[in-house]
Ligand binder design. Sequence first.
Ligand code: ADP
Length: 581
Amino acid sequence: MEKTQKEYYLREQLKAIQKELGEKDERQAEADELREKIAKAKLPKEVEEKAIREVDRLEKMPPMVAEATVVRNYLEWLLALPWHKTTKDRINIKLAEEILDEDHYGLQKVKERIIEYLAIRKLANKMKGPIICFVGPPGVGKTSLAKSVARALERKFIRMSLGGVRDEAEIRGHRRTYVGALPGRIIQGMRQAGTKNPVFLLDEIDKMSSDFRGDPSSALLEVLDPEQNSNFSDHFIEATFDLSNVMFITTANTLHTIPRPLLDRMEVIHISGYTEEEKVKIAEKYLMPKQIKNHGLKNEQLKVSEGTLLRLIREYTRESGVRNLEREIAALCRKTATKVVKENVQGITIEADKLNDFLGVPRYRFGIAAKSPEIGAATGLAWTEVGGDVLTIEVTVFPGTGKLMLTGKLGDVMKESAQAGFSYIRSVAKILAIPEDFHQKNDVHVHIPEGAIPKDGPSAGITMATALASALSFRAVRSDVAMTGEITLRGKVLPVGGIKEKVLAARRAGITTVILPKDNKKDLEDIPAGVRQDLKFIFVEHMDEVLANALVPAAPAFKPDYVNVPISLGDMPGLQTTADL
Ligand code: ADP
């Protein structure tokens, strides 16, 4: 007590002396400095009043108390935000087209949509309207398209990932009463941008989730709504900030997980994966020059032929986009740079068969279809967030009591679809020469690798039914055939989504024949002609047609002992349709 009293007494004395000498005390000096900054910053009236009130409060506080730090931090934020600063838009459609072409190969439809969007903005003369949402697998250029839009408009570019955001406060900030409170990510982004009209990329809007801490999507709804976002309020800032001049662009891998109200505010632009030819061109024209430059090399120091690039794509990457391809090219550049520096070589030409020396053994074997036909394994085409993929569905049959086991992290829809397929196969057991009592004496296990990745949807229906038919009738499934389609209980094949991605994946895997539902025929239009030529498409309406095309006609010459097959496998009848029964 005595000590503080003494300190207080001394401080008062110091103040009196400073006053006499015409010097300001520290606190007052700080307050005056802040007031000056506030006057210069030309804050909106409401914010300015708030700031001045805070400065008055700060002046009365002992300088080292925690509260003073909070106030200082708050004032710093208020002063740093771009309340008025804007960049002038350059809406020159021709130039925008040139910039988009300069940065991206292909993507014609996507570029057209962007240009239309900009043209309307020019005519309407303001940036209100739906928000663009680029949807597609990783590495197809969503982020870089948004960057090009910013470059074309001469706006600042800010990117914020929403992946894993599950707390409303991350969007809207924490109240200042919390220790270590900060504004939300939107306001942080605005500070970083330094202007009030940047292009603001909200990445991975589909990866946001909500829990007991509140729903971030409702806060985001306010951010993206042109009617509301001129008055965006952040809990930390406690003043409204005008976001109406910001051009928001969002990206997502899938639309399924985006809340409906958010989706309604967005104009969705789909970007699908690239074909091998497109990837070669992108690598040649964009990724190689970019990486060569990034690594301080010159174009003539690293030469890679088209054939080498194709091999790189086939054996070192398996993806819809070009992200890993870019990474592998960076690895080639690193190795080249080392050689140039260490061994003093002039330049390197990498031949296709020398990729091994640079990147190690190939990671993927091109063409899994090179395998021989197998019993109880059918190749399906799946569409996941990361693009299309081929997956092998396995079925085994063993003595038991008629159970159907499904494993591989299948979702409910997929499980039901497997059951529908199973029931259908049971109903046509006779024409497939499957013993009719098989379901009483055997258990059937359906597994879909890779077991750790959750899968759902009805589109593997016909593949599961084919694998079941194969396992139960001991007829192998052609390994160069892949398929997708939903199956009904009575064996009808219904259309499914993601055809383009699936077909591209089939081609990547070296499949030659693709079985698709008849109603998906129209989707082939989206598929590049080169890919269409390479593949044989079979359009089906009924499961019979699937089996007729996917099963190897001749039955194998072995019969497992545990299944009691009454007829000789060699005599098995050819496939008939149910109508012939
Ligand atoms: P996403 O945001 O879709 O995951 P990115 O925009 O990060 O993908 O793209 C990954 C890389 O691939 C970037 O370097 C990008 O420039 C490049 N890229 C993607 N598509 C194209 C294209 N069509 N032309 C040229 N480069 C591309």
